[in-house]
Design a protein around this ligand. Structure first.
Ligand code: HEC
Length: 120
């Protein structure tokens, strides 16, 4: 009797765990965005410093070079965009991070997809 109860409890915990796992927040997908939307956002929020098509300017490093894109993961680009680089003029773009851009996670993924599309 006791054994059955224990087995039932364990089963319930496993089922609840599986349900909670299935319902969890989706992982932010760093570049699953839309390239065309990313370009629009980039041109508005980033090109002033980083140049059109990520070519770079004195105010912001080039983001379209093969070296940069080859050695940088989508997650790193996403994080730099979202949270900025403290101590530099590269401010945070993610909503709630105190920056001026206040973009959504999805919008940042669009930008990452766009930058990734510049990789040759
Ligand atoms: C006010 C100018 C400015 C704006 C606007 C700006 N950046 Fe930057 N960004 C910089 C500077 C300067 C750096 C280099 C910081 C450093 O010294 O490491 C940088 C660094 C970065 C990096 C890291 C590059 C590396 O070498 O690791 C990424 C990625 C980046 N910016 C993406 C963006 C995106 C995407 C936007 C638009 C949402 C944006 N930036 C808007 C100035 C800017």
């Amino acid at each position: 009797m006791r054994r059955k109860f224990l087995a039932g409890t364990i089963l319930a915990i496993l089922v609840l765990g599986a349900v909670a796992y299935a319902m969890r927040e989706p992982e932010p997908s760093f570049n699953s965005g839309d390239t065309a939307k990313g370009k629009e956002l980039y041109d508005v929020y980033c090109a002033a410093c980083h140049g059109l098509e990520g070519k770079g300017k004195p105010t912001g490093s080039a983001l379209n070079t093969p070296e940069y894109l080859k050695n940088t993961s989508d997650e790193q680009i996403w994080n730099a965009t979202a949270y900025g680089i403290p101590g530099t003029t590269m401010g945070p773009a993610l909503k709630g991070q105190g920056g001026v851009k206040q973009l959504s996670e999805r919008e940042i993924s669009h930008i990452v997809a766009y930058l990734r599309s510049l990789q040759k």
